[in-house]
Design a binder for this molecule. Structure first.
Ligand code: DCP
Ligand code: CA
Ligand code: CA
Length: 376
């Protein structure tokens, strides 16, 4: 039932708040399809190869054809290969550089269509559009269609959009119909929409929390909304308990706002075997650096320092950092400095043997021009 007593929003007096959540469909695999349209007819599986043996590693994502066979993110690659063995499936290694560049362009489109914008991950973002649609959900629906069109025309990518009175509802709505979905939930429809959904659909309810909730007899978001908030607070803590209660009722006043920047970006890997052989580590180093660079490109960031991180076979942590004179954006500099630091480190520490190795960049700043709409 709709609870008319609940306040809709305290942030936007006068007009209803209208929030969109946009999530690109099977993002990494769809980028691969756009780069090579012949893939569209086949199951496509994007893989993170660990390198320990030929097929070891996990599925990053798969297109919807592969998903029909049961392929899922996180599944072992060998398992996906078995499922798809009688098909013409394509197994591709992750290409973070490509996804970062595409994501960046899509985020620019979204930013240019929002009053306020918040990137949530490489393939999703929240947009507050209250002002530009004057609190009107019909206009918001038209805007969402036009955004889907703009992303399709410019990037050949499909996405799913949820529109709601706040972030919690918009996020669940974008996941409701996929791929190429559009789900609009008006304030008066929130409870009817949320109540029957499984509790795990609520942002912040992970597998562990869902299991605990089931033990309490809470299976749906409606069950959660009806549950005694005092007990939820006792079990999960004051803040999470009260969040679960309010979110389940569709109440959420979190503003849409650009997040503070990450302070550093780092990647770490476990080496195939413990070693101090520069050439063995260096081949991994290139891969790590290009992953870091893709993330920087994706977020439009410059870096000022490059460092290496090492965990020795006796599990000690070591690091070395070098700061540049000016902020940089290029990939080669990260690679070159990381190599220099590594070779100097191995030279200086004659006996050290590495078990894990990583690279980090810090001193991050936004590239100028980022965040401006296309019309400025
Ligand atoms: N990803 C990953 N490993 C996971 C989950 C995701 O590498 N376990 C990567 C690949 C995805 C991207 O993040 O393409 C975005 O994740 P999503 O959860 O949004 O999944 P998709 O975009 O692939 O699919 P969907 O169409 O369900 O949104
Ligand atoms: Ca997605
Ligand atoms: Ca996503």
């Amino acid at each position: 039932m709709i609870n008319k007593q609940e306040p809709r929003s305290i942030l936007c007096v006068g007009i209803d708040r209208v929030v969109m959540h946009v999530d690109l469909d099977y993002f990494f695999a769809q980028c691969e399809e756009v780069a090579n349209p012949l893939l569209k007819a086949k199951p496509v599986v994007v893989c993170v190869y660990s390198g320990r043996s030929e097929d070891s590693g996990a599925v990053s994502t798969a297109n919807y054809i592969a998903r029909k066979y049961g392929v899922k993110s996180g599944m072992p690659i060998a398992f996906a290969k078995r499922i798809l063995k009688d098909t013409n499936a394509a197994f591709l290694p992750v290409n973070h550089e490509l996804y970062g560049v595409v994501s960046n362009r899509v985020m620019d489109i979204l930013r240019s269509n929002a009053d306020r914008f918040e990137q949530e991950s490489i393939d999703e973002a929240f947009m507050d559009v209250s002002k530009r649609v004057n609190g009107d959900f019909k206009l918001a629906e038209a805007l969402a269609r036009s955004i889907k069109g703009e992303i399709m025309d410019n990037e050949r990518l499909s996405c799913s959009i949820g529109v709601g009175p706040n972030k919690v509802v918009a996020k669940i709505a974008s996941d409701f119909q996929k791929p190429d979905g559009l789900t609009v939930i008006r304030p008066e429809g929130v409870r009817v929409f949320l109540d029957p959904l499984p509790a795990e659909k609520l942002y912040g309810v992970g597998k562990k929390t869902a299991k605990k909730l089931q033990e309490l007899g809470v299976f749906t978001i409606g069950d959660l909304a009806a549950y005694d908030p005092g007990i939820l607070m006792q079990i999960f803590g004051d803040k999470p308990g009260s969040y679960f209660h309010r979110a389940a009722k569709g109440i959420d006043e979190e503003p849409v706002q650009e997040k503070g920047m990450a302070e550093q970006v780092s990647r770490m890997i476990t080496l195939k075997r413990d070693t101090r052989d520069l050439s063995l580590i260096a081949s991994e180093l290139d891969r790590i650096c290009s992953g870091i660079h893709a993330r920087l490109v994706g977020e439009g960031l410059l870096y000022k320092s490059v460092g290496i991180l090492a965990i020795t076979n006796t599990l000690e942590m070591r690091s070395r950092t070098k700061t540049l004179e000016n902020p940089s954006e290029d990939a080669e500099t990260i690679e070159r400095i990381a190599r220099e630091l590594l070779s100097k480190f191995l030279e200086e520490e004659g006996a050290v043997i590495l078990r894990r190795f990583g690279v980090k960049v810090s001193g991050l700043s936004k590239k100028s021009g980022q965040g401006l709409t296309k019309f400025l």
